[in-house]
Ligand binder design. Structure first.
Ligand code: ADP
Ligand code: MG
Length: 242
């Protein structure tokens, strides 16, 4: 199976704060990997390094065929291959849902009006929001806005999607509708890395779980490690034996 993302002994520090202390993992094509762990363990930093939002200090990262450790990568090409969705949706408030999606299609993928409109329709259908194309972000619920943000990412036809706690600002009902969209992407074979605190969801969709602690991959394995952790730290994190 093709490797899409590979981290080898990745180090990253901010000032004197060592945040990633030798992180290694691999994501193969079509795999869904969930990263879990306490706040401050380096999960977001690891994701940001994969999209070159942060440059690593040491180690290796390859994403698709881009090498992110040496000289500056082709950022345009990298960002087309990697879709990233954050907790905040960052939609343009003055643009309709459809225009929010078409913006990057026109400017980055250089598509014409008609083709961009067609792709916008397709991705909106994929997240179940076809009827909201002409709405403005403020007219949508938080869950719907997050689904638009996911659709906007999908429109770029990324080869891997990164999700950083995309439901943590949402109440449980809206969380469910966003997780359903991500589940649909998983079923469709999308390669994904999800940072999440939704353990039930991680157990259900992930092929692989990565438990990060203190800037390291502390424990990793299939979803069964959530029920039978080897390390005491993961046992405590998932609340077994407390
Ligand atoms: P997590 O996502 O697991 O909560 P983060 O990767 O966001 O953890 O943060 C890990 C550590 O790195 C924290 O101590 C945080 O304060 C620090 N950190 C993250 N980003 C920056 C930054 N841009 N500048 C300085 N420190 C940062
Ligand atoms: Mg984080």
């Amino acid at each position: 199976m093709t490797t899409i993302v590979r981290l080898d002994n990745v180090h990253k520090q901010f000032g004197s704060n060592q945040v990633l202390k030798g992180v290694s993992f691999e994501v193969k094509k079509g795999e869904v990997v969930a990263i879990i762990g306490q706040s401050g363990s380096g999960k977001s930093t690891a994701l940001r390094c994969i999209d070159y939002l942060e440059k690593i200090d040491d180690g290796q990262i390859t994403v698709c065929e881009h090498n992110l450790a040496g000289s500056a990568p082709d950022l345009k090409a990298l960002r087309r291959d990697v879709g990233i969705v954050f907790q905040s949706y960052n939609l343009f408030p003055h643009l309709t849902v459809e225009k929010n999606i078409k913006l990057a299609l026109k400017h980055v993928r250089k598509l014409g009006h008609k083709q961009a409109a067609q792709i916008a329709q397709e991705v909106l259908a994929q997240v179940g929001l076809s009827e909201k194309a002409d709405s403005y972000p403020e007219q949508l619920s938080g869950g719907q806005q997050q689904r638009v943000a996911i659709a906007r990412s999908l429109a770029m036809a990324p080869r891997v999607m990164l999700f950083d706690e995309v439901t943590s600002a949402l109440d449980p009902k809206l969380t469910g509708e966003v997780l359903k969209v991500i589940e649909g992407l998983a079923a469709g074979g999308m390669t994904m890395i999800l940072v999440t605190h939704e353990m039930g969801f991680a157990r259900k969709v992930a092929d692989k779980i990565i438990y990060m602690r203190d800037g390291l991959v502390w424990e990793t394995g299939g979803p069964e490690i959530l029920d039978h952790p080897e390390t005491q730290e993961l046992q405590e994190f998932v609340g077994i034996g407390l």
